[in-house]
Design a protein around this ligand. Structure first.
Ligand code: CO
Length: 290
């Protein structure tokens, strides 16, 4: 952080999370993806679900298709079961992540495996470049113990779900790497009043999504409220400061694709013709055939 060219990121805009529901009636908060103007290339959508009321989540996400992007589900509290047309079955428990590449097509269900208690987590949609949208579907379950956690002296902790964290000349590598969009996906916990400076690749789009406490970015002058996404300006690092209580946020960054986006529900392609093809393929039962 000492080079003359080092440029801090600040907040370019705030995207509040809006209450909505999806699947068979799961209540959630949507920041990215609540409209076309709230995408952040390569990120298409970010949903937070959090409830102790089973009526808000019990119906889950019965069988549905995707084409053209990746979905990342991160469970903080609870137990979900995933099944897809490839025969994959996964149990997603507290602290675990499921990274699914829809590619050409996947048909899957995501159903709660609990009838009471707290269900809390996130689903992030990451776009695929045109040349990868029709690749075969892929799927990876990441167990909680496979996600490295960097603990700093003052009680700051950073989970590295995707990409790598370069801190104090030590690199912490997350379990997901090598993607065209080069995503960084961190879960950062700050004790009350604590701060941390995190390197973020210059030129990559980045957003912090705050889900506990209040958070200052670059300074204490503005404290942003819980359940909001703060899109950052360009630069090579950002400094985060917790307010009077502990703060917890996701830090996302990725290489923008700069390609046209045409979305129709669970299909995200580059052209209207490709979307029409996806709908025809799904209706004809060939969405997923290679
Ligand atoms: Co899905």
């Amino acid at each position: 952080m000492s080079t003359a060219s080092s440029q801090p990121r600040t907040v370019a805009r705030v995207i509040p999370a809006l209450n909505t529901s999806d699947g068979a009636g799961v209540r959630l908060r949507r920041s990215l993806g609540s409209g076309e103007s709230t995408r952040l290339d390569p990120f298409l959508m970010l949903d937070e679900f959090s409830s102790v009321n089973p009526g808000d989540y019990i119906a889950g996400f019965p069988s549905h298709p995707h084409r053209g992007f990746e979905t990342v589900t991160y469970i903080l509290d609870g137990h979900m079961r995933h099944e897809d047309h490839l025969g994959n079955q996964g149990d997603l428990k507290s602290g675990g992540v499921q990274w699914m590449t829809a590619g050409r097509g996947i048909i899957h269900s995501e159903m709660p495996q609990q009838e009471e208690g707290r269900m809390r987590g996130f689903q992030l949609w990451i776009n695929l470049p045109a040349k990868e949208k029709m690749k075969p579907a892929g799927y990876k379950d990441i167990l909680p113990e496979e996600i490295p956690v960097k603990i700093l002296n003052d009680g700051v902790s950073i989970k590295v779900i995707a990409g790598s964290l370069d801190y104090d000349s030590e690199i912490t590598q997350g379990p997901i790497a090598g993607l065209t969009t080069d995503p960084l996906y961190l879960d950062v916990q700050l004790p009350a009043g604590a701060s941390v400076t995190i390197p973020i690749s210059r030129g990559h789009n980045s957003m912090a999504y705050l889900f506990e406490g209040t958070l200052g970015i670059a300074d204490h002058a503005t404290m942003f409220p819980t359940h909001s996404g703060m899109v950052l300006t360009d630069g090579d690092h950002a400094t985060f400061v917790a307010g009077v209580s502990a703060a917890r946020f996701l830090l996302l960054a990725g290489r923008p694709l700069n390609e046209p986006i045409v979305q129709y529900g669970p299909f995200v392609m580059n052209t209207v013709a490709e979307i029409e093809q996806a709908i025809m393929d799904y209706q004809a039962g060939r969405l997923t055939s290679v």
